[in-house]
Design a protein around this ligand. Structure first.
Ligand code: PRP
Length: 209
């Protein structure tokens, strides 16, 4: 049985459609209920819906053999997993944003609010810029508006959230998309099915990347 962790939500649905097209279907997953686990016994597949930021934990610890998570999570938490392929969906970017009237003063330590503390520290370290990272868990856009921070480092997809809060992108740090990841041990003892999955998915996503 191949255990597959999918991120619950819109991205997960897009990704499942991709897996289905690649020949890894599990029809019961489309039943509209609150179940979290679905099996296709004929194909030896078991899917489960996981909170997006938890997928890498399931895969790292072997509760799932493979899973799908954003490159942001891989860069931030450095889970001990193999990154198999870029699925070319869930595209967005990690960016620095600020109020429109913000002007950086390099003589002062920059205050940056974010859910992505490691990415933020590494980015400013690469610039040699002193930064005070303020770790928040959500609604990051509030921080510069209320004077808690000078900038934010966050995911920007459509840009609507920034726009509606009178913020704008100052600098794009890294492009993000969904990645297929695998547990390291499972990559060895289930290598046949996992490589078949990667090959079939790559055929479909080649044009998306
Ligand atoms: C992300 C991010 C922004 C928003 C950007 O939040 O933190 O708030 O999406 O998207 P946009 O550019 O299309 O407006 P998410 O929806 O993941 O929720 P969260 O803050 O609860 O993690």
């Amino acid at each position: 049985m191949l255990n597959i962790a999918l991120p619950k939500g819109r991205l997960g649905e897009t990704v499942y459609a991709l897996f289905e097209k690649a020949g890894f279907e599990c029809p019961s997953i489309k039943e509209n209920n609150r179940k979290l686990i679905f099996e296709n016994n004929k194909k030896d597949l078991r899917y489960f819906w996981v909170k997006p930021s938890d997928v890498a934990i399931y895969v790292e610890r072997g509760a799932a053999d493979v899973g799908v998570c954003g490159k942001d999570i891989l860069l931030e938490y450095l889970p001990d997993v193999y990154e198999l392929t870029d699925l070319g969906v869930g595209k967005c970017r990690m960016a620095v944003a600020a109020k429109k009237d913000f002007a950086d003063d390099p003589s002062r330590t920059l205050r940056a609010a974010t859910k992505f503390s490691r990415i933020t520290k590494e980015y400013y370290a690469s610039l040699g810029r002193d930064v005070d990272v303020i770790h928040l868990n959500g609604s990051i856009e509030l921080a510069p508006i209320l004077g808690l921070s000078d900038v934010i480092v966050d995911i920007v997809e459509t840009g609507t959230t920034l726009k509606e809060n009178d913020l704008h992108v100052v600098k794009e740090i890294v492009p993000i998309s969904a990645r297929l990841i695998a547990n390291k041990a499972a990559s060895k003892f289930k290598s046949g099915i996992i490589s078949e999955m990667v090959a079939e998915i790559n055929k479909i996503t080649e044009n998306e990347k």
